[in-house]
Design a protein around this ligand. Sequence first.
Ligand code: HEM
Length: 447
Amino acid sequence: MPNSIAFNTADGLNDIYRRPGGLLKHKGYEAMVHRAPNSFTMRGGKDHLRRRRILGEGLSDKSLRVYEPRILEHINKFCDIIAGTVDQDGWSSPKDMASYCNYLSFDVMSDIVFGAKYNLLEIDRFRYVCKVIEKSNERMNVLVHAGRWATLKLLDRFLFRRAIFARNRFIRFVTRLVGDRISKSKSVHQLESMDVFSHLQEAKDPSTGHSLSANEITAESTTLIVAGSDSTSTSITSVLFYLSHYPEVCDRVTAEIRNNFTHANEICIGATLFSCRYFSACINEAFRMSPAAGSCLFRELPNHGAVIDGETLPGGSNVGVGIYSIHHNPTYFPDPFTYRPERWIVGLDDATQGSLEKGLSVLNPFSVGSRSCVGKSLAMMELQLTLASVLHRYDIKLAEGDLGRIGEGHADWEYGRHREHEYQLYEYITSSKMGPYLQFRARKDQP
Ligand code: HEM
């Protein structure tokens, strides 16, 4: 795109995303609008701020405390299922974490957003939804980044026939989901049923007193499912990929979790989990290495132009920072393609306060500023609870043979995909992925 410039510096990140007043998202985001814009696709302005405030309530710390027990139920089911039947040494059969984490995240998101129990973890019937979201995003990604395709309707239909079919299937699924939720809201008014949808239904515009329309509520809740499930699943699989490829790191973080929680049912969001510094470092390092949304999130400069990272640029240009790129910039992260959680803890390895601050200044898997991820706390809750529960209950190992190689790069693949110890993600707004295939064994010293 000749009018778009990507920066790869901390100053660029600040000038673009933390700018007072914010920059508009670039026009390509409009390609994602269906029926009504939502907080993700709105380019900016007061409407976006209002919408974001409403969502913020549904995803506030207070709401998350209500959701936590429900999230833990899904996670416990996930833990039971991944262990499944075991061989004579107690190891489960290899499980594809990409699929199981997709099911888990979808179950959590549909429960938290709609109060719906689809139980993809146990039942096949609705698993197709994860696949159609991914397929549909292949096309969306092209439309967002190269909007002109959208105007070439015949070509669009020809090239993306299957993606369009997938999108229509997803829309039919969501229409039914919303319909079910609306009928439920007429009969149920208990706290247990609280979900993000109920916040959207109850919200009123403070200036006009108007509620959101049915189309707006649908658009908003749909985007939460799409934005929230795939990205969280990728982030969980990514940590599991690195732990299974760096056994000494895995041993260390497992010991930390087991030393801090005697029983798995003690695991919850709170001071003890936050005190597990190595655990947090493992998550940060996976976010850095394989961010779920790794591309350049373009913003449009105002008509009068702007100075970005010392460069004067004309109005209308698109500017952004590639999240994957800056996470691998050696200025901020020496030896950027090695998974090294120690870099996030001062005093361990060669990490100093200065190097830590440098790294933190550009670590942005959730983006930064006024358009950063509104679901970050929910995502972190699911991610931390899932990983801590798995590590507490199970020893893990990579499947043997070719199965264990799935998700890795290969020396004879093209440059950039050649690193065996790098989890391979494929950018489609969020990411698609395969593997890792892991085996689980109940820990021997089970308390
Ligand atoms: C680890 C998991 C997640 C990651 C890595 C992630 C990442 C991101 C990123 C990078 C953005 C900025 C996108 C852009 O500017 O185009 C974003 C925005 C957003 N995310 Fe997330 N996200 C995650 C989980 C979630 C969850 C669980 C939800 C819903 C509950 C969610 C809802 C949203 C929404 C609505 C926006 C748009 C916010 C706005 O523009 O004001 N995300 N996310």
